[in-house]
Design a protein around this ligand. Structure first.
Ligand code: GDP
Ligand code: MG
Length: 458
């Protein structure tokens, strides 16, 4: 995501940190790199100019000297980018037991249908009872697509393939929908925001009265997002934006910053086709990641998405008792797969993102994880519960290796890793006490970062 902007920012920070004196020349070089990268990310040229001028002006403040000057400039650079992205994090205000309705709008191919399923996955993992209502009555394949996504994500989908009036479909299910905490409504798109679409959306808004009406925009359209967001906002009471396909374009900077300028802030971003490639948009942690400083809050959110609440609670209880078995490790390996590729995860771990781990190394680690999963599958229950049996008896080691298509070295490594993790989880009780949903204090973050930094070996 936004690799060029990311490397320009890192370079800028390094330039400031590495300079003996932060002189005019240094600042000019930083500003030039940054401006070039912002333009490449499709950020509006006027904004880019303004940012450059403000940074230069701050740099001329001769009163601040030495180290303080470096810190000051680093902060200016950081804050300017933060400002560009819209500063605050916007979150849904939803409660279990109280119904919230989200309606998704957007043009053809913006990612509405995919996003309804992503939203439902995101919130059902967090314990909300969710359902999807399909109101795209114009495209014949729309209902089938939703049906399939519903099966895949185990979400209840309400559709009616023979009804052509979306209001009627909604009314038909209104009674049944009462038992759900979160209703996500998929609507039909058009090639452009024409009169017909405005009319359809206005009627739906009136009858359904959603708590949130979100415009879905694909990142590829760059700066044009601004016009689209403000047009939809005027015509259809849009409260916020979801930007999809962040992964597939270098122009995402344009879409993100353009929405920062309207009153329709970005709530979520889609970062891939898979259901778990979806995040809340938090400008602060987004910048952290761009800078290679990691994003623990985002990482924890990802963990939460991958792990369902029930098994998380169970694991927490086990950890509190200092009880972590090979079976738990196997479960963890499975869930890590659900979090996406290791390189994406590594980007979010403070220190690791900056360390630039070679891709092939992460690939090797992924292969290893797969092998371990197979190896545990080939163990007997007795061996899973008493791994020391395997270490002591070579015939067991050979049998497991053969049965799982791995080598005895793989299995020895697995057992070593397991021991290390077991040791790590002992005394982790204080960590498992924290409530992730309440956010983390700076101190807890540092503690976690230290732990990760020490123990994660790739
Ligand atoms: P709709 O017409 O607005 O309902 O759009 P769809 O949900 O059918 O999505 C259009 C296409 O975009 C599909 O092929 C999706 O798989 C793809 N898509 C949606 N979100 C993302 C994303 O975040 N990343 C990528 N790479 N593809 C996405
Ligand atoms: Mg659709």
């Amino acid at each position: 995501m936004l690799n060029k902007l990311s490397s320009a920012l890192k370079k800028g920070f390094d330039r400031i940190a590495g300079a003996v004196f932060v002189d005019k020349k240094t600042i000019e070089a930083v500003v030039k790199d940054l401006q070039r990268a912002l333009i490449q990310a499709d950020v509006n040229i006027h904004l880019v100019k303004q940012i450059g001028e403000r940074i230069k002006k701050e740099a001329e403040n001769e009163k601040i000297k030495g180290i303080e000057r470096k810190e000051h400039l680093t902060k200016v650079l950081h804050d300017e980018i933060l400002n560009l992205l819209g500063k605050e994090k916007h979150e849904l205000q939803i409660k279990k037991g109280k119904q919230t309705k989200i309606m998704l709008l957007g043009l053809y191919g913006a990612g509405k249908t995919t996003t309804t399923a992503k939203l439902s996955t995101y919130y059902s993992k967090r314990g909300f009872k969710t359902a999807i209502v399909g109101l795209d009555v114009h495209r014949p394949a729309a209902a089938d697509q939703l049906e399939q996504l519903g099966k895949q994500t185990k979400t209840k989908v309400f559709i009616n393939k023979s009804e052509k009036n979306p209001i009627k479909i909604y009314q038909q299910y209104e009674e049944q929908l009462k038992e759900y905490d979160l209703i996500i409504i998929d609507t039909a798109g058009r090639h452009s925001l024409d009169k017909e679409l405005v009319k359809e959306i206005t009627t739906l808004n009136k009858k359904i009265n959603p708590d949130y009406t979100f415009l879905t925009i694909q990142a590829d359209i760059g700066q044009a997002a601004k016009q689209q967001a403000s047009e939809f906002q005027k015509a259809c009471n849009v409260n916020g934006v979801i930007i999809t396909r962040m992964d597939s374009t270098a122009k995402a900077g344009g879409a993100l910053t353009a929405c920062g300028e309207t009153n329709a802030p970005v709530y979520f971003i889609g970062t891939g086709e898979k259901m778990n490639e979806f995040e809340t948009f938090n400008p602060e942690s987004f910048i952290s990641r761009l800078l290679g400083l990691g994003d623990l809050q985002g990482l924890l959110e990802k963990v939460e998405s991958a792990v369902d609440a029930k098994s998380q609670k169970k694991l927490k209880e086990k950890l509190e008792k200092g009880d972590f078995s090979l079976r738990d490790l196997q479960q963890q390996l499975k869930q890590m797969k659900g979090m996406g590729s290791l390189s994406k995860i590594a980007e979010m771990i403070p220190g690791l993102g900056k360390a630039k781990i070679p891709e092939n190394m992460l690939g090797t680690q992924e292969d290893k994880m797969k092998k371990w999963e197979h190896a545990i599958n080939s163990m007997t229950e007795e061996e899973v519960n008493n791994p020391e049996l395997i270490e002591k008896q070579t015939n067991r080691l050979n049998r497991i290796a053969k049965g799982s298509g791995t080598t005895t070295t793989d299995i020895r490594q697995l057992l070593k890793q397991y021991k290390m993790l077991k040791e790590m989880t002992q005394g982790a009780g204080d960590m498992s006490q924290m409530d992730v949903s309440q956010g983390l204090s700076q101190k807890q973050m540092q503690k976690l970062a230290k732990k990760f930094g020490k123990k994660m070996k790739f």
